[in-house]
Design a protein around this ligand. Structure first.
Ligand code: COA
Length: 375
């Protein structure tokens, strides 16, 4: 009997021009541009490139930035929905539930290279996520949520709403970089779930919601919260080796380490580590970062086997960066979603025109019906 690969490891289920993950050499590019160079570009430029395949003209970039601002504020119905979310709901479950219900009313026109409804609706949803997440945070803190329409870029607005003060230019630039690094990663589990949903001809908001539900899990996006919480629990670099030993002895996994595709360090981790070093200057943050570095070193040493290499993935140092930006761990994966949503839209635009129902088979191993046995 043929073996069943339940994890679809190495199985090619489609073609894409959006991003290239080169796992053996540890390289990632979007539309033929290395992510290290894309981090230097303004955020709307990278969005346009990801969605439409080419860098935008100055006018297209400006129009897109304007469109995102025009759709950033929560409308009345969005606010009502947010108010109805049961207390204590994790921000990722809130997003998965509310994204398909957000108002898609177009407040401003936008000239795009495609006449796709997926692009317009996807961008309206993406534009609304920073305010939705920041407002939910404020609701959880018992603070008011801003109503006004906004005139500042999404990441500045996000940090300002979160903390009630203007972020520094350095903080905004670091958030831009981190979000560009998380925008897209080929057929990861969340993107694939979205493609399956699109294949049934469901609308883009249903597909984004399916992707977000998949992103939430600890083996995928949820590892960011788990990795930082681990470092906080371990607390001291000197405790790292013992923690890793005990965790592995008990059959546990070290969050933020290992990747299905990368056989070396995740290139996003290589870019995030220096950012973490740049930001983690106060004694608490510096100790947290030193603990993460010690966990990484212990993990590499204790997990190394011939033919296997477990290294830091994107989630590992991102937590230290977000922590230094004052973002609580419970919100890390929601910020991941705020960036990855652009990758989901890009896949919707690529997939919709060629879409075919995705419907694999399972081998039946249960009981045969009685009348079949008798026959
Ligand atoms: N901690 C401990 N052991 C790990 C590990 C980790 N983080 N990642 C992989 N391994 C080990 C497995 O136990 C397994 O060991 P074995 O060969 O002795 O059986 C081996 O490495 C291969 O693991 P497997 O789960 O088959 O690899 P995968 O390709 O499916 O794993 C992940 C990819 C991401 C699911 C896995 O590395 C993991 O669970 N990481 C932690 C969660 C995480 O950070 N997720 C975010 C990914 S961006």
């Amino acid at each position: 009997m043929d073996e069943i690969d339940t994890g679809l490891e190495g199985v090619v289920v489609g073609a894409t021009k959006i991003s290239h993950v080169e796992g053996v050499v540890g390289r990632l590019s979007y539309r033929g541009h290395d992510i290290a160079t894309l981090c230097q570009r303004p955020f709307p430029q990278v969005i346009w490139l990801l969605l439409f395949g080419e860098l935008p003209s100055a006018q297209q970039e400006q129009q897109l930035a304007h469109f995102l601002l025009a759709h950033a504020a929560l409308g009345d119905s969005d606010r009502q929905l947010l108010g109805a979310v049961p207390e204590g709901t994790h921000p990722m479950l809130m997003l998965q539930g509310l994204v398909p219900l957000l108002s898609l009313e177009q407040r401003e026109s936008l000239e795009l290279p495609t006449r796709s409804e997926d692009a317009v609706h996807g961008l309206i949803i993406a534009a609304r996520l920073p305010a939705l997440i920041a407002s939910y945070f404020r609701r959880e803190q018992g603070l008011d949520w801003p109503l006004h329409s906004h005139s500042i870029e999404p990441h500045r607005l996000f940090l300002k709403t979160l903390h009630d003060r203007n972020p520094s230019a350095e903080q905004v630039a670091v958030l831009d970089t981190t979000q560009i690094l998380q925008m897209e990663h080929s057929y990861n589990a969340g993107t694939f779930a979205g493609r399956v949903t699109l294949s049934t001809q469901a609308p883009v908001q249903a597909s984004i919601s399916a992707s977000l539900g998949t992103l939430f899990g600890k083996l995928h996006g949820g590892a960011d919260q788990a990795a930082l919480e681990t470092a906080m629990r371990v607390a001291e670099p000197e405790q790292a080796a013992d923690y890793v030993r005990k965790c592995l002895r008990e059959g546990g996994r070290i969050m933020g380490m290992g990747h299905r595709e990368y056989r070396t360090v995740d290139p996003r981790a290589s870019l995030l580590k220096p950012l973490a070093r740049q930001l983690c200057k106060d004694p608490d943050s510096a100790r947290l970062l030193a603990t993460l570095e010690a966990i990484e070193a212990a993990c590499v040493e204790q997990l190394e086997k011939p033919g296997r290499s477990i290294r830091a993935n994107v989630e590992f140092y991102k937590g230290a960066v977000f922590h230094a930006l004052g973002i609580p761990p419970r919100y890390f994966t929601a910020l991941f979603a705020m960036a990855r949503v652009y990758g989901y839209i890009a896949h919707a635009l690529e997939f919709r025109p060629q879409s075919r129902l995705i419907r694999p088979r399972a081998r039946y191993t249960g009981r045969q019906p009685k009348d079949h046995q008798a026959a």
